[in-house]
Design a protein around this ligand. Structure first.
Ligand code: RB5
Length: 141
């Protein structure tokens, strides 16, 4: 799977850990920055990741900022994007099974990296249930 990664300065450390994990898992990573601790606007990186998915160049995206809130707000402005802000394993799994989330948003100042890495593994391993959930997500406008 080809996975786009993006973060702001608040998510840089966690993004680096996630990139290592994904490479160890044999996933293809497209790292769209930021790569420095300097303060940057998170919407720019949300846009870059969403553009990869909308164009079909990546199948999934992971966005990390301080809380994950700004990233999820910015990403969900696109009709083709279903971004889920998750802080624990249950919603990470359900965001795939019920919502077919194609972007996972994480708050690096909210959760520890151990939990975040487990969430990434769960989120990538979980398939969409389809069925009744298909018509529900089709109602998003
Ligand atoms: C940056 O300070 C912070 O606002 C950002 O990382 C994020 O938490 C926004 O939602």
């Amino acid at each position: 799977m080809k996975i786009a990664l993006g973060c702001d300065h608040g998510g840089l450390g966690l993004k680096k850990e996630i990139a290592v994990l994904l490479q160890e898992m044999g996933q293809e990573v497209v790292d769209l920055g930021t790569d420095s601790p300097d303060s940057v606007p998170y919407p720019s990186f949300a846009e870059a990741v969403c553009a990869e998915i909308i164009a079909g160049r990546c199948q999934r995206g992971i966005l990390i900022c301080g809380t994950g809130i700004g990233m999820s707000m910015a990403a969900n402005r696109h009709q083709q994007i279903r971004a889920a802000l998750c802080h624990e394993l249950f919603t990470a799994r359900l965001s795939r099974e019920h919502n077919d989330a194609n972007v996972l948003c994480l708050g690096a100042r909210v959760i520890g990296s151990g939990l975040a890495l487990e969430m990434v593994k769960t989120w990538l391993a979980t398939e969409f249930d389809g069925g009744r959930h298909l018509e529900r997500i089709a109602m998003f406008s």
